[in-house]
Write a protein that binds this ligand. Structure first.
Ligand SMILES: CC(C)(COP(=O)(O)OP(=O)(O)OC[C@H]1O[C@@H](n2cnc3c(N)ncnc32)[C@H](O)[C@@H]1OP(=O)(O)O)[C@@H](O)C(=O)NCCC(=O)NCCS
Length: 323
């Protein structure tokens, strides 16, 4: 059977780092409060000329280099983002343009912090359905541009960045020893819409709006939703926590990450954590974390890697991949 195999990875971060200490001058907060509640120590903030499309294109080029491929080899550019450069066209077509691609097709997906998991699951279907041989799957965000910088309950949590993977159709045996995406599980429940949302949009206010969140409510649901969908991925593949080499979670909050790992019986040494460095970069957080851990040699070819995310909607999902 056809499998969607990771052939390359890449990442891009804005030039400017903003530490918790610097945030102390923006809102009434402290480094100690932020670290204790979230594990975040710094985040990257996009400057002039740095946008979701520019960061996404940079991550895409890095992933293509890592794969030893060029834009000519790509059939589909799929971008997960909630902070597009424009309401339309899709950020994906701008990235396609920046890569000099005039062939193939490109579109965006919007599932907030679960966006990258949704995009990977979608790319997998396009590949297995024969509609693409190679897909650039990109998570790219500039959440700093939709934050209310007067609201300390949200502005300390998020950052900007982008990550990308190249997925390639390869022949597999149909067993869990195959490389590639082994199973994908997506969920959403719109009854939670008002717990994490942006209070603007083209059709409602005609403005971009700002991020609003009931942090405690999100926290309350996160661990249960994450562990439930990971259990579904284990059940579908006959695997257990012991078979995993790495858990690469969405990087929202250290306490949510640790709580989920503990509940699943996954030792913390097997969990990739970058939230301290990047903050919550929404759809970019998983590919950024993957790129960090694959570049520093932690994630190796053949490793069994669980990806999971939960975010606005609520949306959530998990994906089991053999690297
Ligand atoms: C946001 C979050 C860190 C807040 O932590 P918490 O322990 O729930 O804190 P609370 O909201 O109960 O607030 C506790 C106190 O800290 C204060 N506080 C909030 N933000 C603060 C900040 N940045 N600095 C200092 N104090 C802050 C609150 O005003 C409150 O003060 P009060 O007790 O005087 O009213 C936590 O709820 C969380 O991580 N939620 C999930 C958020 C998330 O990951 N969202 C993205 C999902 S993709």
């Amino acid at each position: 059977m056809i499998r969607s195999v990771v052939r390359g990875h890449g990442a891009a971060l804005p030039k400017r780092v903003m530490t918790n200490k610097e945030l102390e001058g923006v809102v009434e907060t402290s480094d100690e409060w932020i670290v204790q509640r979230t594990g975040i120590r710094q985040r990257y903030i996009a400057g002039e000329g740095e946008t979701t499309a520019s960061l996404g294109a940079q991550a895409a080029r890095a992933a293509l280099d890592n794969a030893g491929l060029t834009p000519d080899d790509i059939d589909l550019v799929l971008v997960a983002t909630s902070t597009p450069d424009n309401t339309f066209p899709a950020t994906a077509v701008d990235i396609q343009r920046r890569l000099g691609m005039t062939h193939g097709y490109a579109f965006d997906m919007q599932a907030v912090c679960s966006g990258f998991v949704y995009a990977m699951a979608t790319a997998d279907l396009y590949i297995r359905g024969g509609m693409a041989k190679r897909v650039l799957v990109i998570g790219a965000e500039t959440f700093s541009r939709i934050l209310d910088w007067k609201d300390r309950t949200t502005c300390v949590l998020f950052g900007d960045g982008a990550g990308a993977l190249v997925l390639e159709a390869q022949e597999g045996k149909g067993t869990i020893s195959d490389r590639g995406i082994l199973t994908a599980h997506l969920r959403s429940d719109g009854t939670h819409k008002d717990k994490l949302y942006v209070d603007g949009g083209p059709s409602s206010t005609g403005t971009v709006g700002h991020l609003r969140m009931e942090g405690r409510e999100v926290f309350k649901h996160a661990v249960g939703m994450i562990t439930d969908v990971i259990e579904a991925a284990f059940a579908a593949t006959g695997t257990t926590a012991e078979d995993l080499d790495w858990l690469v979670p969405h990087q929202a909050n250290r306490r949510i990450i640790d709580g989920s790992a503990k509940k699943l019986g996954i030792p913390l040494e097997k969990v990739v954590v970058t939230v301290d460095l990047h903050g919550n970069t929404s759809a970019a957080s998983i590919p950024l974390a993957l790129s960090v851990a694959a570049s520093d040699g932690r994630i190796k070819k053949g490793d069994l890697v669980m990806l999971e995310a939960m975010g606005g909607g609520f949306t959530w999902g998990a994906l089991l991949v053999r690297w």
